[in-house]
Design a protein around this ligand. Sequence first.
Ligand code: SAM
Length: 246
Amino acid sequence: VTGRVYLVGAGPGDPDLLTVRALRLLERAEVVAYDELVPMEIVALAAPGAERLPVGRRRGRGAVPYRVHPAVIERARAGKMVVRLKTGDPFVFGRGGEELEELAEEGIPAEVVPGISAALGAAAATGIPLTHRGVAAAVTLATGHDGARLATPGTLVLYMAAHNLERCMRELALAGRPEATPAAYVEAATTPRQRVVIGTIATLAASIGDPGDAPGLVIVGDVVGVAAAIASCTAPPALRVRKVGS
Ligand SMILES: C[S@@+](CC[C@H](N)C(=O)[O-])C[C@H]1O[C@@H](n2cnc3c(N)ncnc32)[C@H](O)[C@@H]1O
């Protein structure tokens, strides 16, 4: 009998932001496959007897020759119930679609469990609403690779932008966004290592320093200014916004 692979959104980092379904599946899983962005506190929620399988592909380490890790396919073929933890949501820049294509080709049953994507976690943890009446009527989720060339209205959230932030901000300005538009860099959102830097399209890149390996995203738009106005009731997270807001 073939097993089943669950592509499970692990949320942005804080284990409390897992869904109930994700937790239930973790507790039942025979195999838990995860990459380096998924915190070990979340992997630790799996049953003690579950096999833990690191299947990471680190930034800049070159293309890997597979979509689903071969060990995941092998375990599922052996009849195991496999939980493949994906950071955030599997279908938001998580390659969930590609992995399902391969699982379909292999004839392995699969299911997707949504998770809180980093944009939503970062918004809540900083008190920056992604839409706000009269300020932003739309939000675009994009990657730093090409999203900065989009001249979309409203809020723009750029994933994977930390390492080419300067170019992203330049392209945004070229795409027609005023250089004074507020912008926030949110690193390791919802975790104890969360760091927030507030600036504008013109200033943000110079203020973030070396992001290292920590995941970070950028929220661009006038909604960033709303965080300060509501900080008194969203503290303590929004306090972190003010602390670094120089
Ligand atoms: C490959 S994408 C995966 C996105 C994920 N599927 C999601 O829905 O959040 C990795 C990028 O997500 C963002 N990211 C993930 N976790 C984050 C966090 N806790 N804080 C800030 N950004 C995060 C960063 O931009 C990082 O470069």
